[in-house]
Design a protein. Structure first.
Length: 79
């Protein structure tokens, strides 16, 4: 039986990579998979051949100036 599956994640690349691995595995088993996450990850998701849907807000614009972007991309605390 073929399923249509939506996976949702909102976080760092570490979160995204885990969901991408699941999405790819499901796709390889014949399911239709869509990954909903930050618009910043569109190219990465689509580059893996997984359908993409953006979730608001864009985490980079939402965190601008507050250190939020640094926390997400792993550069927080680096000098």
């Amino acid at each position: 039986m073929k399923y249509r599956i939506v996976l949702v994640t909102y976080g760092s690349l570490g979160d995204l990579h885990s969901y991408l691995a699941v999405a790819i595995g499901l796709r390889e088993r014949g399911h239709d998979v869509l990954l909903a996450t930050s618009a910043n990850y569109r190219l990465k998701v689509e580059g893996e051949g997984v359908a993409f849907h953006p979730l608001p807000p864009d985490i980079r614009s939402a965190g601008a100036g507050s250190g939020g972007t640094a926390a997400i991309d792993g550069s927080a605390g680096r000098h």
